[in-house]
Design a protein. Structure first.
Length: 83
């Protein structure tokens, strides 16, 4: 897992390694042990959501403060994200 820091302290870009062969590819998007080793911090995800949006649709992830804060894991399969 490659970790790319951003201008925000708690926002990281995680790039997983793709293992390719003649059938296609395989990638582990999140592995707790690799994450802890790369970032030095344990994150417990209690919910994972998947959404599909048509072109030009805006969706939001909502920022929360303690005691209601949640860690976010965002994956972009195709297209782009403006954050």
């Amino acid at each position: 897992m490659k970790v790319i820091k951003t201008i925000f302290n708690e926002v990281l870009v995680l790039q997983s390694k793709r293992y390719k062969d003649e059938r296609g590819f395989f990638s582990e998007n999140f592995v707790s042990k690799s994450f802890i080793k790369s970032v030095g911090k344990e994150i417990i995800f209690c919910q994972d959501n998947l959404t599909y949006s048509k072109k030009n649709v805006i969706r939001g992830l909502h920022y929360q403060l303690s005691p209601y804060s949640q860690s976010k894991l965002v994956s972009v399969i195709e297209g782009k994200v403006l954050d």
